[in-house]
Design a protein around this ligand. Sequence first.
Ligand code: NG6
Ligand code: CA
Length: 524
Amino acid sequence: MRYNTILLAFLALTVIGCKNKTSEKEDPTKEQKQPNIVMIYADDLGYGDISAYGATTIQTPAIDSLAKEGIAFHNAYATAATCTPSRYSLLTGMYAWRKKGNSIASGDQPLLFDTSKPTLASVLHSAGYKTGVVGKWHLGLGGPEGPDWNGDLKPGPLEIGFDYSFLIPATGDRVPCVFVENHNIVNLDPADPIQVNYMEKVGNWPTGSENSELLKIKPSQGHANTIVNGISRIGFMEGGKEALWDDETIAQELVKKSIGFIEANKKEPFFLYLSTHDIHVPRVPNKMFQGKSGMGPRGDVILQLDWTVNQIISALKAQQLLDNTLIIFSSDNGPVLDDGYHDQARELVGDHKPAGNLRGGKYSAYDGGSKIPLIIRWPDGKGKGTVSNAMVSQVDFFKSLGKLAGVDMSQYNAMDSQDQLATLTGEDTVGRTSLIQESFAGPLSYVKGHWKYIEPLDGPKLVPWGPIIETGFETAPQLYNLQEDPGEQNNIAQNHPDKVEDLQADLMEARKGLSFTMFKPKVE
Ligand code: NG6
Ligand code: CA
């Protein structure tokens, strides 16, 4: 009898316990300990390209709303002036130049990651997060043989910690022009297999160099290979007709998949890495934005990017997730006007300054190459409406966001990543004491406090393949005082030989142990 009573009581408690557990799980408004993280990573968006950072000829109200409700960082850097290395660092917590072959990836590049090593995605996954990547990848797919476009495209994001992926495999201007969902190309008809080649023409599809009469946007440099949707790309392809994306609706597709991921995972903590195609070339705005900026397609796709941000914020609001979601908005490298297509970016830019007061742009060793907008909106209103001048590098997201998720990050080496969570929340107003920037050809710049050193290099003064952008390469060492001279106009290396020596020594030390040389710096 007594035994039965105890058993009944135990069963009752178990049932109540289970019920509570279920209702806890089902209530999306219940405060989670770990916030969701949505990282919106724009492509080629410059420090001066949004109204929250001083642009006046273009308005970006949704992005600005994040700044009004969060913290706008004005001394934040991607690790590189091009896409692939910046993204590699963001996900691994390591500078990309430590590994050979990490510069701008080809469209048939094998996966650049060592799948046995942690990434931001795998770390967050280990902390119970559902992890998703939607948008531009540009970090390679497949094993050493490269991607098997008609088979399983792995290893890829799913093998380095993401639960879900929906990708532009490389860039919008590189073939194949198809989306890849998890391991497969979306809508690929097996009867119409895809062939891709970056060395020579495959198949019979027209190319920009042979059939320029078919082009709706003409290339200005390169981009003369296979024509898809009236736009010639880098690389050759044929087949997979049903799978080809529509350039005008890429932003819509990415928003749809992002919102789908958010809705499917609203009961768990989730990490969404939304890597937009905007504002990279080819710039093909949706009809909603065509001609709306007065600055041509480049301005129009900035408006489209702002629309994307608005859609994501609205979806989080609609799902009652805004109060438990950290939103990070940033860019992978600095701005460029003509990046290979005649899209009037240069002609219509007017007074707009894509890099703000910075020198150089995408590809450059100057700050215009990798100093980018970074806005963080905290769910609890931390730092609401403030500006931080603390020095921040995206390489620190690895350790800082891992810590935020409750992971003991001391178990991971990721030697370049620092726990800068207190800086990201606005409590620490100093941030890093130094950081390294990588320009397009590998040469490094080094910022320590307000000093910046650019190592000497005997290279071209302008980006050699066309964009009118200063590389920042000089045969003599360069030293700038970024506090007094953020536009890097006055090289004061000769007045401060001790400072130059000090920064040079730090950079040598950081590079110690590299088994290869990317380039030969000219040391006096
Ligand atoms: C360059 C392309 C440029 C862009 C860039 C990568 C030419 C002439 N230029 O080689 O258009 O695709 O690579 O940009 O082909 S990034 O933002 O992905 O790094
Ligand atoms: Ca880029």
